[in-house]
Design a protein around this ligand. Structure first.
Ligand SMILES: [Zn+2]
Length: 574
């Protein structure tokens, strides 16, 4: 505790005392729940659990990167050096799946990886929005923040150990199930895997009926549930989450081991804790829908403080808003049912941000006057208004010195951060304050980008080509390219037309050779991945005859390199 106290003093940006105290929840340790059942806390953002069996061990969740898993692997090995025979992914989130390669140790090639069937499907499409989610996750988890910048913790874990130097090795599940539950006996241990959609749709919880230990995944942790993640997710289904918590509490477990924050014990206490958690989710869901039905927008509901947690929920240690918040949940639940439109007519076809900024500044008597208003707002502690004004001035500074605007905006962001109980909100404001000063640029390193491409299934790479099509370049183009991979016999086709790339995982049936622009024969899938990852140039691949270009009738014609290169230039993510 004394450790933590000195940190507060050294922080430039203040933090709510409760959020600082939450750090104690993540003290690095391995807690033995029962003989042979252990929970490791504080090695990564999430916990990782070790179950010792007769002739092998089971691990539940594997942290967020290889680096985060190295120390844990050593410490698990010290507890038991039996081979890891099974790994269970409770869900697809990065903080639960990326340390597998390290934690599986010597048994990597034989280990069985269990998950719900939907985990695999979600992992396949995660790359689709990878760029934006990397950036937003970096803000939510404060991935670029140091203690000097004011990071306290990540609300449900100390810190997401992932930056541009870390390696993520994604190993796909080998054994999935799509039923409600799966009964397993692994190394003499009986486990029941329940599909329990909650914090994610693919969430599973693991129950050991004999020992009465429930591994709760992310369906409950000691912080307000993240019904919506500001890093960018679709709203979690509150009703499903509640019914999964009902399933969990009715197991009457003696030990509850969540994948974030400390385990708890005692059947009665666990039942009560899960009950209060499910009640809070139901309360926020039901009341949001109630006020929605009365015609209120999220701004109304939040602005008028219509929804306040009842006292016994508000004061409960499991419902403090260190992670999710009631207000963000209200917005999310509205959005899940109603979509983006608030119903306010001025929101229907709003002006572009720059036009709104110009109008606001004109109304305020010009940028100098508005800047003075922003300064006044700051000194009157109206930090939100100060932020709004500086955001507008940033877009339309007129004759102002932009660095002055940024300075004030940074101060407003820091103040707003200091009042946030949610680590997510605090980290976001603080990260943004570094970004606008040009101190950091959030993007994965070229190494990480190429690693992701090299690890991805070929099918996903083709799927993602369509979202990288630069439609301005593809305008007026009508071309059909066929691909064949000689090592795996995989076939794909891409038809560019009307500004879209129609990607199919097969060749069209009964095609006419004249309708084909180029047939691309690739000797090995690896070569194509290298070209996409820009490790190998397409010209080199063609001249090395690793890529062979043919016309529609199957004749080799290396002059097709020109349309082939033109084709590739149409797919740029920038
Ligand atoms: Zn998690």
């Amino acid at each position: 505790m004394s450790d933590v106290d000195t940190k507060i003093v050294s922080l430039k940006i203040e933090a709510p005392e409760a959020l600082v105290k939450q750090t104690e929840e993540f003290t690095k340790q391995i807690i033995t729940i029962l003989p042979g059942i252990h929970c490791a806390i504080g090695y990564g953002l999430a916990n990782s659990m070790l179950i010792e069996g007769d002739d092998g061990n089971i691990i539940i969740d594997t942290l967020e990167s290889c680096e985060a898993a190295i120390e844990l692997h050593k410490d698990f090995q010290a507890i038991s050096s039996k081979p890891v025979v099974a790994i269970i992914y409770t869900h697809n989130h990065a903080d639960h799946v990326f340390g597998t390669e390290v934690l599986a140790g010597d048994n990597l090639s034989n280990v069985k990886i269990y998950s719900h069937a939907t985990t695999r499907t979600i992992l396949d499409v995660t790359g689709l929005i990878q760029r934006i989610t990397f950036q937003r996750a970096a803000r939510q988890f404060g991935m670029y923040l140091t203690e000097a910048h004011g990071i306290v913790n990540d609300g449900i874990g100390l810190h997401l150990k992932f930056d541009k130097n870390n390696r993520r090795s994604l190993l796909y599940p080998t054994d999935t199930f799509d039923t409600d539950s799966l009964n397993l006996t692994i190394a003499g241990r009986n486990l029941v895997l329940y599909h329990a959609p909650g914090e994610t749709d693919d969430q599973i919880v693991v129950y050991m009926p004999k020992e009465k230990v429930l591994f709760a995944a992310d369906n409950i942790y000691k912080a307000f549930p993240n019904i919506y993640a500001i890093r960018g997710t679709s709203t979690r289904d509150a009703i499903q989450w509640v019914s999964s918590l009902d399933l969990m509490r009715n197991l009457r477990a003696e030990y509850l081991v969540p994948s974030h924050t400390k385990p708890i014990s005692g059947a009665e206490y666990i039942y009560e804790t899960i009950t209060i958690y499910r009640d809070a989710i139901q309360f926020v869901h039901d009341q949001t829908v109630r006020f929605m039905n009365q015609g209120f927008t999220p701004d109304d509901i939040i602005g008028k403080k219509f929804i306040q947690l009842p006292k016994h929920l508000k004061e409960h240690p499991y419902l403090q808003e260190f992670y999710g918040t009631v207000d963000w949940s209200i917005r999310a639940i509205f959005d899940r049912y109603i979509g983006w439109y608030s119903s306010k007519e001025s929101d229907l076809n709003p002006d572009a941000p720059i036009i709104r900024a110009q109008n606001l500044i004109r109304l305020g008597g010009g940028s100098k006057k508005v800047f003075e208003s922003a300064q006044t707002a700051y000194s009157e502690e109206k930090y939100q208004w100060c932020l709004e004004l500086t955001e507008a001035l940033n877009l339309h500074p007129e004759d102002l010195n932009k660095s002055e605007v940024i300075q004030l905006q940074v101060l407003a962001l820091q103040k707003l951060a200091s009042f946030q109980t949610s680590a997510n909100g605090r980290n976001w404001y603080l990260t943004k304050s570094l970004e606008i000063q040009g101190l950091i640029e959030i993007k994965p390193s070229p190494n990480q980008v190429s690693q992701t491409i090299m690890n991805a299934p070929l099918k996903s790479l083709f799927m993602f080509l369509s979202i990288n099509l630069n439609y301005q370049k593809a305008n007026e183009v009508n071309q059909l390219f066929l691909f064949h991979f000689q090592d795996t016999n995989a076939k794909f086709s891409i038809h560019i037309r009307n500004g879209i790339a129609d990607v199919k995982y097969q060749w069209p049936e009964n095609f006419q050779s004249s309708s084909i622009d180029v047939i691309v024969e690739v000797t090995r899938e690896e070569i194509w991945k290298q070209v996409i990852a820009r490790i190998k140039s397409p010209i080199e691949a063609v001249s090395d005859e690793e890529i062979i270009l043919k016309d529609g009738s199957g004749e080799i014609n290396q002059e097709l390199i020109v349309p082939f290169l033109m084709f590739l230039t149409m797919f740029t993510s920038d």
